[in-house]
Design a protein around this ligand. Structure first.
Ligand SMILES: Cc1cc2nc3c(=O)[nH]c(=O)nc-3n(C[C@H](O)[C@H](O)[C@H](O)COP(=O)(O)OP(=O)(O)OC[C@H]3O[C@@H](n4cnc5c(N)ncnc54)[C@H](O)[C@@H]3O)c2cc1C
Length: 463
């Protein structure tokens, strides 16, 4: 039998890693707290096709659909909604979450992984500084490697010793509370022309709501970058019904509030005997919370890295390749979007009105965000002329000018931080990089970035 690998929680990335590693002959067991047949949420999800393709997972034809453009609306604004551009050959995967879980569990199981349902992981088992297994409600399980795929509130990640530099929590303001419910449609009332309506809630109320209209039901989401009160959900539903007379009162599916990490990916993904993947490492697109695609791709990168460790050591040193591959392929792009996300609470209603009116928030720009491109790619694709025109318009607006200047400065500092991640593992450099990355976001989120602080990496170099 191959080396023993424990996957804590049947998250998407963990199942992809389990599939590849079991197929390669490793002894893989997934411990999942829920019962068989109950995994996932009672909802449909939209996943970028890349997530499947780069993870090497075939997409069943029935789930592959042409992308539908989202229309962004500022409630109460007289301007027309702004509709995202979508190219003709652009496809998404639209899939019932429970069906997706069943497919991924099936792949892992067929490849030889064991799935232990109804088993709650309580925390890590440490042997010195190495993660040597997990404690479950059925006893202790030792392993050569623990893959943490237990999601946002992973009990493994949150109980690791501080000196491993792995974040315990997502941090304040970094979790989107999302209510999702599927409602009936009121008979005799026509559906709106725009089927995918996203309502922006800028300022202190920062968040979004959507109504996606289907043949026989409407999919509703109410999300805020802080805990949602019951009264806010009621108020949100009331507002959405006023704006959408076809939206019925009868809840058909869902109706729960769930949490999504919306921040930069964790700065340190690995330790001796441990690797985090998916929501447990905060691997979502920070401005919208989609995480399935990133999680699946990261699961494949992790499986490749584990297989490359021919001696089966699974130390931070041999798992460092996963850390670097993740950041090079996904993490740094997500990180630039986290800079935009940190500016969102400072964007007022009036600012958004200006952005729409001046065509800065244009269908093309929204298309690029929809393509899940990082900010560097988005900026370089605008070309000199496009950037110059946008800058001219923004310079004429006081709050936006301030915001863009501070975001621009943050992006420049981020580029310096980014360079500090070296492919060759060396403990001191790796720790220094993680501290510098974490410090960068801490100061960004606390507003200290505006106060012209330099990232640690740069300060050290100068010293
Ligand atoms: C309302 C909503 C809508 C979303 N829409 C989209 C979308 O359209 N597209 C998209 O890409 N993403 C979407 N997301 C985000 C997406 O759900 C996550 O990013 C994605 O699931 C990746 O997380 P994961 O697989 O790592 O973890 P999870 O999906 O959280 O899975 C973790 C697994 O671990 C198990 N577990 C947890 N704790 C324990 C424990 N102690 N012991 C054993 N097992 C445990 C859980 O039961 C679960 O099975 C949405 C999220 C929400 C809440």
């Amino acid at each position: 039998m191959g080396k023993k690998i424990v996957v804590a929680g049947a998250g998407h990335g963990g199942l992809i890693a389990a599939y590849y590693l079991a197929a390669a002959g490793y002894d893989v067991t997934v411990y999942e707290k829920k019962a068989e047949g109950t995994l996932g949420y009672d909802q449909y999800d939209s996943v970028h096709l890349d997530g499947f393709e780069l993870a090497g997972i075939p997409v069943p034809e029935e789930y592959r659909v042409k992308r539908t453009p989202l229309s962004f609306i500022l409630p109460g604004l007289e301007l027309s909604p702004i509709t995202q551009g979508v190219s003709e050959d652009s496809y998404n995967v639209e899939i019932d979450r429970r069906a997706l879980c069943t497919i991924l569990l099936g792949l892992a199981k067929e490849a030889g992984a064991r799935i232990e349902y109804n088993t709650k992981v309580r925390g890590p088992v440490m042997l010195g500084s190495r993660v040597a297994g997990v404690e479950t409600d059925r006893g202790v399980v030792y392993a050569d490697l623990v893959i943490d795929a237990a999601g946002l509130y992973s009990p493994v990640r949150s109980q690791l010793p501080d000196y491993l530099l792995i974040d315990k929590e997502a941090g304040e303001g970094n979790v989107l509370s999302a209510y999702r419910g599927y409602f009936d449609r009121i008979e005799g009332i026509e559906a709106p022309e725009l089927r995918y309506q996203v309502y922006l809630l800028p300022g202190s109320d920062c968040g979004l709501m959507w109504v996606i209209t289907h043949e026989d039901h409407a999919d509703v989401l109410i999300g805020k970058f802080r805990p949602l009160e019951e009264a806010e959900i009621e108020q949100g539903l009331k507002t959405l019904r006023e704006l959408n007379p076809h939206l019925g009162n009868n809840l058909l599916r869902g109706g729960k509030v769930m949490k999504i990490p919306v921040r930069q990916p964790m700065g340190m993904l690995v330790a001796d005997g441990y690797a985090a993947v998916g929501d447990s490492a905060f691997m979502t697109i920070p401005i919208k919370g989609s995480g399935i695609g990133y999680s699946m791709r990261a699961g494949k990168l992790l499986a490749d890295c584990v297989q490359a460790d021919k001696n089966g050591c699974y130390t931070r040193d041999t798992l460092w390749k996963y850390q670097c591959d993740f950041f090079d392929n996904i993490g740094f792009d997500a990180g630039t979007l986290a800079i935009i996300k940190s500016a969102l609470p400072k964007v007022s209603r009036e600012d958004i009105e200006y952005l729409i009116r001046e065509n800065i928030l244009s269908p093309e720009l929204l298309q690029k965000f929809g393509n899940e491109e990082g900010m560097a790619k988005i900026i370089s694709s605008m070309g000199f002329g496009g950037l110059r025109d946008m800058t001219k318009k923004i310079v004429g607006h006081q709050n936006l000018r301030k915001l863009i200047l501070s975001s621009g400065k943050a992006v420049a500092k981020y580029a310096i931080v980014r360079q500090g991640l070296k492919a060759k593992y060396e403990p001191k450099t790796a720790e220094k990089w993680t501290r510098s990355y974490n410090k960068f976001y801490d100061s960004l989120n606390s507003g200290a970035e505006d106060a012209d602080e330099k990232p640690e990496e740069k300060q050290d170099e100068e010293a």
